[in-house]
Design a protein around this ligand. Structure first.
Ligand code: AMP
Length: 272
């Protein structure tokens, strides 16, 4: 595995590759969720490129940019074990200039995640577009865990006529159901126990729907009951284009939950 720091190095290598390139962009502190994306990319492509870049433009002032877990050495070992060909680890100054051509995410980026974190998705799309420009992947792998991000990236690819195939990947969970996240390490033991309510309520909603329930409000009420006293930021039931829906459409619905545990926000969702 080669570790690359500059855009020129990666672009020069890219010019020599004529076969399929699978790309997995990450912010590091790699866990089994990231690893599942890398493994899928490894299975489906000749060359695998992973990026680790803690992108400052997607963090709002006061968010956890400065405290975000960094584990560069462990991440390098994981990528090596997963047989990654190239690991791109640029500095901020490599990725951004003082003044930039900016990408503006559409209105749907200001609901749900974007309502609490206005501007977050502008930063996400900005960095993903830059990375696509450098890597020029055939296939790029994103987790369904960040459902709104995935949807907006797919829209960007469509709107900007980018030549990349986006591959949505299933959510990887702990054995007890908690969706893996780099931010889970912020939870204390009580919060860790309470955090199980997210996946449990989503699985319960999935079971209700498979028994025939189609009313979104009833499902939201039942999720609320499971969450009891937790600090719920939102429960949303949307179609695959992120329009809120009153009636569940099987195969076209995502149920999303965000709960706050102190300063830590945990996201989870299921795709029906
Ligand atoms: P991040 O490092 O948080 O930017 O995540 C990098 C990629 O990993 C994104 O596409 C995430 O959606 C994906 N990801 C994060 N957690 C999980 C998970 N538990 N299961 C599947 N994919 C995940």
């Amino acid at each position: 595995m080669k570790i690359l720091k500059t855009v020129e190095e990666l672009q020069n290598i890219r010019k020599t590759i004529s076969s399929n390139v699978g790309f997995v962009p990450t912010m590091g502190a790699l866990h089994n969720g990231h690893i599942s994306l890398i493994k899928k990319a490894r299975e489906e492509n000749d060359i695998v490129i992973v990026s680790i870049f803690l992108n400052p433009t997607q963090f709002l002032p006061g968010e956890d940019l400065d405290n975000y877990p960094r584990r560069d050495e462990a991440d390098k070992r994981i990528c090596e074990l997963c047989k990654v060909d190239y690991l791109f680890m640029p500095e901020i100054s490599t990725m951004y200039e003082k003044e930039e051509v900016l990408i503006k995410a559409p209105n749907k980026s200001y609901i749900l995640e974007g309502k609490t974190r206005p501007g977050h998705f502008d930063g996400v799309l900005q960095v993903v577009l830059k990375l696509f420009g450098i890597v020029q992947p055939t296939n790029a792998y994103f987790g369904k865990k960040d459902a709104q991000q995935l949807t907006l990236i797919m829209q960007m690819v469509k709107n900007l006529f980018l030549c990349v195939n986006i591959v949505p990947c299933e959510i990887v969970r702990e054995e007890d159901g908690l969706a893996l996240s780099s931010r889970n390490i912020y939870l204390d033991s009580n919060q860790r126990k309470d955090a199980l309510c997210l996946s449990q309520s989503l699985f319960m909603a999935g079971a209700l729907i498979s028994r025939g329930e189609r009313n979104s409000q009833i499902i939201k009420d039942r999720i609320n009951e499971v969450m009891k006293d937790l600090d719920i930021e939102y429960i949303a039931i949307v179609d695959r284009e992120f329009n809120e829906i009153d009636t569940i459409e099987v195969k076209n619905t995502i149920i999303l939950i965000v709960v706050r545990f102190g300063k830590t926000r945990l996201l989870d969702n299921i795709w029906l």
